[in-house]
Design a protein around this ligand. Sequence first.
Ligand code: AP5
Length: 213
Amino acid sequence: MNAVVLLGPPGAGKGTVAEVLVDKGYRHVSTGDLLREQIRLQTKLGLEAKKLMDQGQFVPDEVVVGMIRSLMESSDMSAKFLFDGFPRTQIQAEKLDELLQSFSGKIDDVVLLECPDEVIVERLSGRRTCTKCGAVYHIKYNPAERRDGCDMDGCELMQRPDDNEATIKNRLHVYAEQTAPLISYYTEQGLIHPVDATMSIGEVRSAVLEKLG
Ligand code: AP5
């Protein structure tokens, strides 16, 4: 049970890159998507998480690690995970190492999507997401071809509640404080592959595929 980690600030394009890696046999695991599913189902966990997510704060480590543990326990030993938005704190990174070791696995690579704050603000303010299937678009860089909704299922596109200016600023602040230190953690282990995420979607995807060889 091995893993690749997609690391990078909110809106750097982790989900957009993950789409092509799924075709290469990776199992895409986005903790943001898992939490949004809990919100949709209106579970106790989802309702608690929503309050934090709407403010751009992190959900507690034990909640997120618990979700990943359950997922690993119910997965095939040959699974190749692609973690998007996890780990996000030092504790989560250490717990992930422990969990993978307990399944005789390890992290093979960490792809770091590097993107300055001003690009992120533009990407997140222009992001639109399908209310049904979660497909991600951008009003300028990746618009839906249909004028009235999602290209996949025709459903309405919406703006995520945490994609407003105040929450974006807070998410960037929390990233700098709590997640950016993981860059040194993984650099020391020789796992980091930096990618310039300011390039076009196609160029970023190709660069990531090249790094993962
Ligand atoms: P999460 O859903 O993980 O949000 P995030 O990390 O803030 O990342 P995003 O999904 O916003 O962005 P992305 O990098 O995937 O970019 P995307 O591909 O969509 O987490 C949300 C919240 O959940 C957190 O704030 C926290 O509260 C909680 N949470 C989640 N995980 C947690 C954890 N482990 N611990 C604790 N709490 C956790 O692209 C963005 C836009 O840009 C799109 O419109 C896209 O079309 C466009 N775009 C992408 N690439 C390019 C490009 N190269 N050029 C032009 N446009 C591009």
